[in-house]
Design a binder for this molecule. Structure first.
Ligand SMILES: *[C@@H]1O[C@H](CO)[C@@H](O)[C@H](O)[C@H]1NC(C)=O
Ligand SMILES: *[C@@H]1O[C@H](CO)[C@@H](O)[C@H](O)[C@H]1NC(C)=O
Length: 423
């Protein structure tokens, strides 16, 4: 209406300029204005159509899903600081692309790797403990019972899943996520179940292990509710039901050292055994439980706000520690940090997609960090395209070489440290 009035006024004004001109103008103006109106209407229709199609209907469907589909998790806000700036020791490089893959497609999810007298040992997704010697792979032991269909949780519960491995006193100690803690003879492959219950309850998801010089064993229990195959649920829920357990095999006593951990994962004793570290995966930090000294029995933070969510932690040859960022928080957009603050979106994700579907999305980058004895990051290696490594869950240093394990990859990564140091 206003526009019309303005137009008439202006044509009225131009009338003083000359009748012919006015007439011509009107003839030309009128159809133009009509096309303009039609254009606007069409535009509004298109925009409305887009909004209805791409916003309103999907929004309504999502609301319906969120209200009707039962959610497997009850998520809470995960509080983490802003991801650290990737500068200094964290400056992004391409050093991880210089590695190679060993035994590609011959190994299924070698999460943890140990070396002993020229042998390499690892545990796989189909419940096996592999003995690798001179490039040949053989099965040292199976802890559970077949069938070992790697997809089915029902099978996994009886087949087992060796996750954390350590060598101690010439024996292999294996945390099987479903079955418990085993001691395995590397000569005969015979296994002995050491621990299958914590305070009378079978744990759902034990993860990693370390053993001190007296044979006292430290074990992480990732969460109370879910099994390893469902690990995305505790991660997406953000609740803290994980524990650090001390187990004394001399009298079979167990003790909860830390409770309420947000996805308890890697375990590592300090070189002097004056503290034990436990990775709190979805808090992007590592806690320290003091075993000796004035702080004995106390817990503090060893390192926080890591640039990726850590999994296992292993010693470096110079008194520090190696970590992998199993899920990166950069460079670029951090899906973890976006979701950490948005529990309802995490809930909706679990209502819309199965874990298997979610796990098909590859992590956008891989990173390895070296911590010094004080917990400061002193070095980082990156592969921002994940060309070589895939998801990395453990870094084991052996004879100047880094070996990387992964719960999901079909190879072991190998990186010559010298090549990286001279880069
Ligand atoms: C500890 O438990 C294991 C098996 O669960 C058993 O064989 C062993 O005798 C127990 N040791 C002690 C000291 O009770
Ligand atoms: C088990 O033995 C350790 C010493 O090795 C002792 O400190 C602990 O109290 C014992 N636990 C039980 C339940 O007897």
């Amino acid at each position: 209406m206003d526009r019309d009035t303005v137009r008439h006024r202006s044509t009225g004004q131009s009338a003083s300029g000359g009748g012919d001109e006015k007439h011509t103008k009107n003839v030309v103006d009128e159809p133009e204005e009509e096309t303009g109106d039609a254009g606007w209407t069409t535009l509004i229709r298109v925009v409305a159509g887009i909004i209805v199609t791409f916003v309103f209907i999907p929004g309504l469907l999502l609301l319906l899903v969120s209200l009707t589909v039962p959610a497997p998790i009850n998520p809470v806000v995960i509080s983490v600081p802003e991801p650290p700036k990737l500068e200094g020791a964290l400056e992004v490089n391409d050093l991880l692309t210089r590695g190679e893959r060993l035994f590609e497609n011959e190994i299924l999810g070698p999460e943890s790797i140990v070396f002993h007298k020229g042998h390499m040992y690892t545990g796989t997704e189909d419940g096996k403990i592999l003995d690798i010697k001179d490039g040949k792979i053989s099965v040292l032991a199976t802890l559970g019972k077949p069938p070992c269909d790697v997809v089915s949780l029902k099978d996994a519960l009886t087949c087992g899943r060796p996750l954390g491995l350590r060598m101690h006193g010439g024996s292999l100690y294996v945390v099987d996520s479903y079955l418990g803690l085993f001691k395995v003879s590397v000569e005969t492959g015979k296994s002995q179940l050491l621990l299958s219950e914590i305070a009378g309850v079978k744990p759902a998801f034990v993860n990693n292990v370390d053993i001190d010089s007296c044979g006292i064993i430290y074990i992480s229990d990732s969460c109370r509710t879910w099994h390893m195959k469902e690990f995305l649920y505790p991660c997406l829920e953000g609740s803290g039901t994980g524990r650090l357990i001390r187990f004394d095999p001399h009298n079979n006593s167990t003790e909860v050292l830390i409770d309420g951990l947000h996805f308890a994962n890697g375990v590592q004793l300090s070189p002097d055994e004056d503290f034990v570290l436990v990775v709190e995966g979805i808090s992007a930090r590592i806690l320290r439980y003091h075993l000796k000294g004035p702080k004995k029995g106390q817990v503090d933070t060893f390192v926080e706000n890591l640039p990726g969510l850590p999994d296992n932690i292993r010693p470096s040859s110079d008194g520090g520690y190696w970590l992998c960022g199993a899920l990166p928080r950069g460079p670029g957009f951090s899906l973890f940090d976006f979701l950490a603050a948005r529990p309802l979106i995490r809930k909706l994700i679990t209502q819309l997609f199965s874990i298997d579907t979610l796990l098909k999305y590859p992590a956008p980058s891989t990173s390895v960090y070296k911590l010094n004895a004080q917990g400061e990051i002193v070095r980082s290696f990156w592969d921002v395209h994940q060309g070589i490594l895939g998801v990395c869950t453990e870094v084991t240093e052996h004879d100047g070489v880094l070996y990387t394990g992964s719960y999901s990859s079909s190879f072991i990564g190998r990186f010559d440290l010298k090549k990286m140091e001279t880069a």
